[in-house]
Design a protein around this ligand. Sequence first.
Ligand code: TYD
Length: 236
Amino acid sequence: MEKRELIYEGKAKLLYNTDDKNLVIAEFKDDLTAFNGAKKDSEAGKGALNNKISTELFKMLAQNGVESHFIEMLDDNNMLCKKVDIIMIEVIVRNVATGSLSKNLGIPDGKILPFTLVEFDYKNDALGDPKLNDQHCLILELVKNEGELDLLRAMARQINDILRPFFATKGLNLVDFKLEFGRDENGNIILADEISPDNCRFWDLETGEKMDKDRFRQGLGGLKVAYEEVLKRIIG
Ligand code: TYD
């Protein structure tokens, strides 16, 4: 499958059309951004690691009944995907309080939440990805009806119920993560984007060490080594 014109450039991926109108190629970049693009860097090999990690996780989710846009990994940095219309909602799933949840609500960093929290952020860089409630989502027409919001929440919980125990067997605590969904050619809502240490938080279950993009956000160094370790544990 050949790349045709570039249709979208995001912070971590490029999206290309192909000769098939229902298929796109996602190219994973080495670029790193944080704080809504205010902090930027690049780490050679990061894109390939995220492509491989996402591939493994999309395959594992498919085996567990979760449909996604993933079709196949083409090479180190490129993934063949179904073309979808992205729903402009970032679905955030949290098992443990940290990051903006701790900062905004004063919940102690590292506190295990009494139940899994699912939140919606507006996927809108110009506005700084603000929090959304259900009524905001409907007023902005980000979904067609309340039932679709319930579906997004249910899919997010289902994915968490698969990923959290999976990562626990790999010695990783799945603290929180961000999902994106899209509509396929038939209008069905399916999982899209990527699942990687760029948009998940993984803490080593024994040492508490951060194995994700917080190493970049917090200037801890060792980002690539951590991502390599995540991949090694997933496939190991
Ligand atoms: P969150 O604590 O809301 O944000 P921050 O990274 O600013 O502390 O992040 C929750 C999870 O969602 C975390 O794993 C990172 C991920 N996430 C993204 O991938 N992209 C985003 O734009 C946001 C806000 C979060």
